[in-house]
Design a protein around this ligand. Structure first.
Ligand code: HEM
Length: 398
């Protein structure tokens, strides 16, 4: 195991624990503050075994070739014994659930940063569970043992779940740090190449055969610039925790339409529910959803005879806590068999498309507890159906 931190981890280690999500895991496992109190009450029975636990874990892990390699190249034996003793003590004597969850999450991050394979962590928790069971069997009377063991099992499960949460969060965040770095590195040379090609194009007469080559180079550079922008947006949407708010639809749609400036001749209609004028979503995510879906629809309309863009909203018929927003365009209808492919990054049917608009929109919608689908209507057009939570009157803070 390398003691050096992998690149991109320094920021992750200082990230605050997602306590809301961790508490949800705790609730799911049925670990209540009453249970924690019960374990606290029995802590004397278990705390006398703290040193024995840490030594036993170290010996068992040191007996296995793979984990021995990690331990021999990692912190000293004394330090690991200290860490595991402290963890065992806090397991039985946790003063505050929040501190306990946050500490557990941080230990998950430390394991990722130190490059400890998650399999060995799961194994170590299984060994910890066996040790704790043995202490319970030895020291508790049979009346208390059954109930206590159930509580202890749930608490070990919670520790492992929180570790897994930290593991997944930090690994995916690290991937996204790398993507962000690459996008940043690519953006600057692209801008220079684009500028130079543009200058050459302007200096070259149309009759020169090289003119067309420069023109196609410029087109490709613009496509790549757009791709870098979209990858960056995808990354941002993925990483940012949503900040939910009351979002009126009309101004949100109108702002994006003003930005996109539909070509002359395209008829644009907004038919929005006056009874349900707003959704409960992250305003930045909502703007991104509308931007990409409206841009997609407007681009599709360049091939329509009587181009029409229509946005209709209405309460969802199956679940009255959601609002359906239908963005319809009467351009060419996609092949029904390739609908799901359109949501795959880099898949595009457009010459200048980057294949990122729909994946970004779907990611942003699902992050906001919504759903996005495409409904082709042969010989008529295509509807993007966005379903998002309705803003309750109590969330109305215009
Ligand atoms: C029951 C399972 C485990 C628990 C409860 C646990 C607990 C912890 C905690 C709380 C920390 C953070 C210490 C701090 O930042 O002060 C930590 C760090 C660490 N753990 Fe674990 N751990 C477990 C399993 C393992 C295993 C299986 C290995 C490797 C074989 C391992 C290797 C490490 C290493 C290398 C560090 C970083 C130490 C440092 O340099 O500060 N842990 N562990």
């Amino acid at each position: 195991m390398s003691q050096e931190m992998s690149p991109g981890f320094s920021g992750i280690l200082s990230a605050p624990a997602p306590l809301q999500r961790l508490r949800m895991l705790q609730d799911r496992l049925g670990v209540t503050s009453r249970h924690l109190q019960r374990i606290n009450d029995l802590s004397d029975v278990f705390l006398s075994e703290t040193e024995a636990f840490a030594h036993s874990l170290y010996e068992q892990l040191h007996d296995m070739q793979t984990t021995r390699m990690i331990l021999d190249h990692g912190p000293s034996r004394e330090k690991m014994i200290r860490i595991w003793s402290r963890w065992y003590a806090s397991f039985f004597h946790n003063q505050s659930t929040e501190n306990f969850l946050a500490a557990q999450w941080r230990s998950g991050l430390r394991h990722v940063a130190s490059g400890v394979d998650h399999r060995w962590i799961s194994l170590a928790y299984a060994l910890a569970r066996v040790f704790i069971h043995q202490v319970a069997t030895k020291k508790l009377d049979s009346a208390t043992k059954g109930e206590t063991q159930d509580l202890l099992d749930r608490l070990v499960d919670l520790c492992l779940l929180v570790e897994t949460d930290a593991f997944i969060t930090s690994l995916s965040r690290c991937d996204h740090e790398i993507i962000r770095g690459i996008a940043h590195q690519v953006r600057n040379p692209l801008t220079i190449i684009g500028g130079n090609v543009m200058r050459l194009l302007k200096q070259t007469p149309k009759s020169d055969p090289v003119h067309d080559i420069y023109a196609s180079m410029l087109t490709e550079t613009s496509r790549l610039e757009r791709m870098v922008r979209n990858v960056t947006t995808y990354n941002e949407v993925f990483q940012r925790e949503p900040g939910m708010a009351f979002c009126p639809l009309e101004p949100a749609l109108q702002t994006v339409l003003d930005e996109l400036r539909p070509e002359e001749g395209i008829a644009v209609y907004l038919q929005l529910s006056s009874k349900h004028p707003a959704v409960f979503a992250d305003p930045k995510d909502l703007r991104i959803v509308f931007y990409h879906l409206l841009q997609n629809s407007l681009e599709n309309l360049t091939k329509a005879d009587y181009p029409e863009l229509r946005v209709i909203s209405a309460q969802n018929v199956d679940n009255d806590r959601f609002l359906d927003i239908r963005i319809f365009n009467n351009g060419p209808v996609p092949d029904p068999d390739s609908l799901e492919k359109l949501f795959t990054p880099f898949y595009s049917t457009k010459a200048l498309g980057t294949g990122f608009g729909l994946p970004i929109a779907r990611l942003a919608v699902s992050k906001n507890q919504g759903h996005l689908s495409l409904i082709p209507e042969p010989n008529k057009g295509t509807t993007c159906l966005v379903t998002l939570p309705l803003a309750e009157p109590s969330e109305n803070h215009p």
